[in-house]
Design a protein around this ligand. Structure first.
Ligand SMILES: [Zn+2]
Length: 450
């Protein structure tokens, strides 16, 4: 289990420290469903969409330097991806566009107001046959949209100027120690709003504004299709910058919620609140854009690797069998899932954990971690690599589970230990979870940073 597999090294090799000859291409695909598909993200009663509040999107930024291979970041107003979905998206990108898996970062906003897809969070839902059919048809449309948006972004590659800066937005609240009334005791958060601006080399006008934030997209929980606060922020920015695409990257928001929030409905008050968070975030981006952005020089260097995260033992088959008659809903489905695994041996003792690092020269390193990473990962990697030059995105690849730091694991609770069963894992991670991830991230960074 100590083994760390370094899978891929790719990238362009241009002169370091000089102005880069960036090429960038952007594209968007509308993934708003045209017929009803159950909504994703919350367990319990099936939510069917009543209407579209605003449209939801896949957006792609293709980027390359010199004669290097193009790489593509895809953002999505989706709750997540499953391993099966990642595999399918990557297979189509390779077949149709010659893009290898390590050339793709697949981020999602963790939107809780989008349709269900494939087997993402499959234990959450108890769907009828018709609902499953609707989900499967929608999933196929999403796969096609991924293939098209990646192809379009690659086809649009053109000389560009890239710059990086950071703004601030204050609505993310650490949600782990809640008190009555939905308030929380103060806990760590990351209020930075990293911004990558892609500008036309002639006119200097933005073609793409890629921005991130560390917070669950859970301002809304009703029955409308929308992109939550991240959707509102993207709409706001695209209005401010006609012709530019705004791409939202979820960072390490595993333990943060936008607060306050109105959980009961998506009526006018709740929608206005979500929109206000979107406006706050867009303002953070606008202030970064208006400030001193650092022009990125050097070359794109990327690496992808994978480690295993070991799991604690969890319950025996006998314990699970004894619990089954008393359980219902999600807990029952999770117990049945583990019992099925016991029938074939025992539940897996580890999960694969991919990490990607893209270096845009000395002024920006982008870490892309897997799953619902808590804020400690962002703060630690920025502390180790520089708060002004480091962007830590969580919520890439498959949704996996919550990914606690050593601190959060030790504290327990939903993101530390209890949430693991909802993802079908046998038990919490071992105490070395944070060290394994950071070690791999640092090894990859050492290979690509100038
Ligand atoms: Zn979550």
């Amino acid at each position: 289990m100590k083994r760390i597999i370094l899978l891929f090294l790719a990238g362009a090799f241009a002169c370091q420290g000089t102005r880069a000859d960036w090429q960038a291409g952007v594209a968007a695909m509308d993934i708003t469903p045209s017929s009803p598909v159950p909504l994703a993200g919350y367990g319990g009663k099936t939510r069917l969409p009543s209407r579209v509040e605003h449209r939801i999107w896949l957006k792609a930024l293709a980027v390359s330097t010199g004669s290097g291979k193009p790489h593509v970041l895809v953002t999505a107003d989706l709750v997540g991806l499953s391993p099966r979905m990642v595999e399918e998206i990557a297979a189509r990108a390779k077949k149709l566009h010659g893009i290898q898996r390590e050339q793709l970062i697949l981020n999602y906003s963790h939107n809780h107001s989008c349709p269900v897809t494939a087997d993402v969070l499959w234990l959450y839902y108890d769907l009828s046959k018709d609902e499953e059919k609707a989900r499967n048809e929608y999933t196929e449309k999403v796969y096609q949209a991924y293939a098209v948006v990646i192809g379009k972004a690659l086809a649009n590659l053109a000389p560009a100027k890239l710059s990086f800066g950071q703004g601030l937005a204050g609505f993310a609240v650490n949600r782990r120690r809640s008190r009555p009334g939905g308030r929380s005791l103060p806990g760590p958060v990351d209020h930075d709003v990293p911004v990558l601006a892609v500008r036309d080399i002639q006119t200097n006008t933005p073609r793409a504004i890629v921005f991130g934030y560390s917070c669950h997209t859970t301002a809304l929980s009703g029955s409308t299709i929308n992109g939550d606060y991240a959707g509102y922020a993207q709409i706001d920015l695209e209005k401010r910058h006609p012709g530019a695409l705004a791409l939202f990257v979820q960072n390490c928001g595993g333990d943060a919620n936008p607060l306050p929030r109105l959980m009961t409905n998506d009526g006018p008050q709740a929608l206005a609140l979500a929109a206000s968070y979107g406006k706050t975030l867009a303002e953070g981006v606008a202030q970064a854009l208006a400030g001193t952005m650092t022009e990125l020089e050097g070359s794109l260097q990327t690496a992808m690797g994978q480690t295993d995260l070991a799991l604690q033992a969890g319950k025996t088959a006998g314990q699970l069998r004894a619990e089954l008659p008393r359980s219902s809903g999600l807990a029952k489905r999770a117990t049945q899932h583990l019992l099925r695994q016991w029938e074939n041996g025992e539940p897996p003792g580890a999960v694969p954990y991919p990490v990607q690092v893209w270096s845009f020269g000395p002024k920006l390193t982008l870490f892309a971690l897997t799953g619902e990473t808590v804020v400690d990962y962002s703060l630690r990697l920025k502390r180790e690599h520089g708060f002004e030059t480091t962007w830590v995105a969580g919520y890439n690849n498959d949704l996996l589970s919550y990914v606690p730091s050593r601190r959060v694991l030790g504290e327990g609770g939903y993101e530390g230990t209890e949430g693991m069963l909802e993802y079908g894992h046998r038990g919490p991670y071992m105490p070395d979870v944070e060290e394994r991830i950071i070690r791999l991230a640092n090894q990859l960074a050492a290979r690509v940073k100038p």
